[in-house]
Structures are given as C-alpha cells and as structure tokens.
Design a protein around this ligand. Structure first.
Ligand code: PLP
Length: 469
C-alpha cells in the first residue's frame, strides 16, 4: 500500500485518494510516496510491445495504493486515450541515427498535458462516485493547462470546471480550444486583466473558507501527484520501444514547472533504466542555472515564443529537493521559506553534485529556438515542423548530445499548429491544424467577460445551476 507524505514534513500520511483530491498538502508542501514502489524487471520486460493504455495501467497501479485495481486503471486508460489522433498514442519518430522525437501532441488539445488530464478526470469521477461527493474545479490559465483541463472535465459527472483566462491575452487557437467546448459543466470567464490578475482572484477565492467549502473547490494544477504518475508511463513506453532494458535511453525534456521531466525521474525510481535526463529551459532558465551553479534564484519572467515554459518558480522542483535532502521535510520547509523571502537559496556542494548525477541542464534563447525550427525544417525537406517548446529541447539536445551515450529521445510537448506564428516566423511555413480541429475557427464560442474582481467571479460561480449528485 503506497502511503504519501508532504515534502515539508508537517502533514499526515495520506492515501492515494486523498492526494488525488487535495493537490497541495496542508503544510504547503507537495505529496510524494513515502517509499518508491518498484516494477520488477520481468514486469517491465512483459510491457515490451504492450499498447499505451496497458503501459499506463502497469505504471500507475503501484502508485494508487490499492485505490484502483490494474484492470480498472486499464479500462479508464483505454477510454482516456481512445480519442487520440494517432493509433500509437505516443508515437516515436526517428530524426537521425541516435535522436528520436516522442510525439506527445496527438491528444484533443495538441499538447502533452492531455495525457495526464484525460486520465485524471476519470480518476476524479470514480473517487467522487465512491464518496458521493461533487466538486467545482477552479483555475486560471495562460493557455495550455486550461484547454487540456476543460476538454478532460467536459461532460464528466459530479464535477464542473470554471476557468479564468486574461481577456484578449491568450492566442486565438488557445482561446477557441477552451470556449468552443459546449458541455454544460464548463464555464469560461474572460477576465479584464492579466494572467496574474486571474491567478490572484483564484487564490483569493481558495482562501475564502465559506466559499471554498460551499463549492467544494478543487484544483488540477501541475503539482497534483497523479499527473506526474500518469506521465511516467510515456517514458517507459518510449524506452521499451528502443530496447531500453539493454541500453539505457536518455531523454531531453522542454521544462517549465519541472513536472514533465520529473515524471522521467519517477519512471527511473520505478525501475526503468534511464541514461540521462536533460532539463531544457528557454530564457527563463532558473533550473538550468541551478544545475550549473547550485544556486536556485528567481529572475524576472521574460515572455518568449514558448509561453508554457515562461516560469521562474518551478513548483515540482520541491519534490527533487526533498529527495536531495534525504526526506528531511523540515530542511525543505526552511529552504522554501527562505526562497519565499529572498527569492534565492544555495545548496551545499555535495547536494549540488547529487542533483547533477540525476539531471543535466541547458537553455536555449529565442534566436537559438528559431534557428532550431529552421534547422529541422531544412534538414528534413520540410517534413519535420517543431513547435517552439519542442525546439528549445531540440537545441539543447543537439548541443549536449556528444556527451550522451545511446539513444536520445526528445519529448515533443506541443503540436506546431498550436503556435503557428512562431513556427512561420522561424521557417516560413504556417502549420495547418490537424483534421480533428480543422473547423475550430467555425465553432461557436461561449464565454463571459468579467472585471478583475473576486466578488464578480464568486457571484458568477454561485449563479451556476447546482450539480446533480
Ligand atoms: C506545460 C508545458 C511545458 C512545460 O511542462 P512542465 O511540466 O511545466 O515542465 C512544455 N511545453 C508545453 C507545450 C507545455 O504545455
């Protein structure tokens, strides 16, 4: 039975169900398994050639602590990934003799976040059914997370989702991916303000105890443990396809919140032999700087062409810190408190060395990102178009590859058509939307414009029809 503890050591021991619904621990920390479950090598070997849902069920079962049987997980995973536009769900595409692209953009909203959220919504639904509860999921988005969450929650029983986006400040593709979903349990609010205003409103409403308990507010942000566990599956799936049990495969991962690349570490802890895990950042390079120097120091966020990585505080980094500090929650809490006050801390040389054994880092600026899109477009006669997030990873991968042995897999985190302007600027080609979204610009939109005022949002949520229990 897998038990979860908080990275700050001051929350109780929790079950998978509690961790799934809670998101953040009550002491402000993140949940982690008290000890790492393992998939025996024979189990991994048996997954060689298995389809994607089967791999997901096998990888996530050890983390659910008995709350879900593997057969039930398999049924949910089959449903979650059924609508993906590629029969392999997460296909590998070979770019050159040692570099592969793992295409994680065939889901309904064209980014890797669909992998975790499509499964998570179904886990939520099951748990709420068992408990006879309902929830209101409330979140703010600057683009990708909101659309993936809306698509996953749409039409599911016992829950609704309310997403705030900054009016006029998300791309048209991103807005339409949210506002054209017709389900009755989806509410889009366009806030007259910035993304920070949206986040501030959500924070205030979560901090209002009456509203919070009346609505049974829940979040599905990237610190939710179940999202990480679900993402570990595609590392296992890709590695096994490249003979990863005989020759460890390395991964290069475009990173913002440290969630996706951390899932690779979870696959490693589960027993998958992994070569190197490369953390690739854009100009917002707090993680690359930490790996280079041992100092974790926030800088001002600069907007880039890979907006989903424009992050200076990588929430999931706290999970790595907990492990580097050998599970001493009090020390994690102390460092995170210092970071909250001074926006900076430095770890000892021994701990820095340990972090570098686990992860390698690199950054690509805007010029390098554009050049990378152009490079692959040219080198493949136009058949490979990288989105700007994937291009950041590709630039770092090509730079570090001489020092990496064996096959290297680059995670393609978004479809190029999700960021058509950036791709067109870099290589002159405007990527078309895939067939399943071709009519996105004709579908009717539904959203309400509200002032940047928590009371206005609170009243709008209170006016929603009650959820059938
Ligand atoms: C969210 C996102 C990322 C960053 O993922 P993290 O888990 O935050 O590291 C990278 N690329 C795309 C396209 C994303 O949507």
């Amino acid at each position: 039975m897998t038990i979860y503890v908080s990275t700050r050591g001051r929350a109780g021991r929790r079950s998978f169900e509690e961790v799934l619904l809670a998101g953040l621990a009550e002491d402000g920390g993140l949940f982690l398994p008290e000890s790492w479950p393992r998939l025996p090598e024979a189990r991994l070997r048996a997954l060689d050639g298995a389809d994607y849902p089967t791999t997901t069920a096998a990888v996530t079962a050890p983390f659910t602590g008995g709350a879900f049987e593997e057969a039930e997980l398999l049924a949910l995973a089959r449903e979650a990934y059924e609508g993906f536009a590629h029969p392999a769900t997460a296909p590998l595409r070979q770019l050159d003799p040692t570099l592969w692209l793992l295409e994680l953009f065939h889901g309904p909203t064209l980014a890797f976040k669909d992998f975790a959220l499509q499964l998570l919504a179904r886990l939520f639904e099951r748990v709420l059914e068992r408990r006879g509860e309902t929830i209101t999921i409330l979140g703010a988005t600057s683009g990708d997370t909101g659309s993936a969450a809306i698509r996953a929650i749409a039409g599911r029983a016992r829950m609704r989702i309310v997403v705030l986006h900054p009016a006029g400040r998300v791309s048209e593709v991103q807005r339409r991916q949210m506002t054209t979903v017709a389900a009755a349990n989806v509410t889009n609010l366009a806030i007259e303000g910035t993304f920070d205003d949206c986040q501030e409103i959500v924070k205030k409403l979560f901090a209002d105890p009456d509203f919070r308990s009346e609505q049974k507010l829940a979040a599905i942000n990237s610190i939710n443990w179940a999202r990480i566990a679900a993402q570990a599956a595609y590392y296992v799936y890709a590695a096994l396809r490249l003979g990863g049990l005989e020759r460890p495969v390395s991964f290069c991962v475009p990173t913002g919140n440290f969630g996706d690349v951390y899932a690779g570490h979870v696959a490693r802890r589960l027993g998958l032999p992994v070569g190197r895990l490369v953390v690739a950042t854009n100009a917002n390079d707090i993680l690359a700087r930490f790996l280079a120097t041992g100092t974790y120091a926030a800088a001002t966020v600069v907007p880039t062409s890979s907006p989903s990585m424009d992050i200076q505080v990588a929430s999931n980094f706290e999970r790595l810190l907990f492990e580097l500090l050998e599970g001493e929650g009090a020390r994690v809490a102390e460092l995170m408190d210092r970071f909250a006050r001074e926006r900076c801390f430095t770890v000892s040389r021994a701990i820095h060395a340990r972090a570098r054994e686990l992860f390698e880092g690199g950054a690509a600026d805007e010029a390098a990102t554009r050049a990378e899109i152009a490079h692959w477009h040219g080198a493949t006669g136009g058949s490979v178009l990288l989105d700007p997030h994937t291009a950041v990873g590709a630039a770092v991968a090509r730079r570090l590859r001489p020092s990496l042995a064996g096959p290297l897999v680059l995670l393609a985190t978004a479809h190029p058509a999700k960021f058509p302007e950036a791709v067109e600027t870099a290589c002159g080609v405007r990527p078309p939307l895939p067939a399943h979204l071709a009519d996105l610009f004709e579908r009717p939109e539904r959203y309400t414009v509200l002032p940047a005022d928590p009371a206005a949002v609170r009243d709008a949520v209170r006016r929603l029809p009650p959820l059938p229990a």
